[in-house]
Write a protein that binds this ligand. Sequence first.
Ligand code: IPM
Ligand code: MG
Length: 386
Amino acid sequence: MTEDVIERAKRHFAQIVEEQLDRIRRLRETTGVWIDYPKQRPVVIGFVGGDGIGPYIIDATERVLKFLLADKLATGEIIFKKIEGLTLERRAKLMQSVPEDVLEAVKHCHVLLKGPTTTPREGDRYPNLESANVTLRRELDLFANVRPVKVPEKGIDWIFFRENTEGAYVLGSRGIHITDELAIDFSVTTSTGAERIIRMAFEYARQNGINRVTVVTKANIIKATDGKFLATAERVARDYPEVAWDHWFVDIFAAKLLDPKRRTDFRVVVLPNLYGDIITDEAAEIQGGVGTAGSANIGTRYAMFEPIHGSALRMVEEGRAIYANPTSAMRAAVMLLRHIGFSEEARRLDNALDITEKKVQITGRPDGATCSEFTDHVLATLSGAE
Ligand code: IPM
Ligand code: MG
């Protein structure tokens, strides 16, 4: 019996190792081969609603983009494509975390604006499928999750580069229950994977004249994978002698984000997947809540922009979906616009959001504005009526 168990675990592990070695081979082929988005025309923007409040906030953002990009839509420089079918019910029925037709449709776009998708958990009424987000990030190789957080009045101006396809996530759904007693998960770091995200952070610092990159790991404890991430940072940093860098362990870094005297020193932060997930929620909370932050998932061929919050199914169940806050989806659209080379439109939208957020209170409940009222204000601000 014990031998069977061990043999099964060994086979599972062998398969994982083979898959990862294969992945590295593919990675090496695509690393550094970028689509030049500002030159790519037409650009096809796909809209994916997702679950819960997702369709509400994505539709609202589509309305705003339609207004902002009206002339480019008319000339055909930009093409909008609505992608249906990434719903939880459908994923459960098909037993696919991203249904094949959706993946196919997504691959015909260049960039995506995507609403949150619900991630099933053990014991839910839905099958315990892999997160649609994680599947999309892996399938489209969206290796960089870029999350800016700004609180100007507190001197906070951070941008997080979260590794998005490796770490504890890449094999999160491939862990195994060896016996009833014993469960084992896996985490992965590759040199190529760590290098491309760390390089992106240093490039960003260099191009924006920022003299500080902070690397966050737990390399004192997670010695192999985090150790490799840190060692890669040491190596990459040598190519950027003009950019100072430092390294923090994730626990104390999480604490220092709350220290008003220290936190303003941080500017560009690069970190492995799971720490990036946790730290960026903390950072967004400091900015005013996870509803306020947008996030960019960038790869060499595709890019996907989304709010960092979840699908808030409960708001839909309680009939409050019309009060959903579209700010984070719209901030994600700002990043999308910048990515495809429309920085003037991006600036205008960002600005309109700053103004609207000050004027229109949105609480997620009937005492605040509805999603469409908020959107009306954004549109009015953009058209100069307010
Ligand atoms: C995020 C989310 C996702 C993640 C979930 C929805 C899979 O929390 O984008 O931060 O864990 O990465
Ligand atoms: Mg998260």
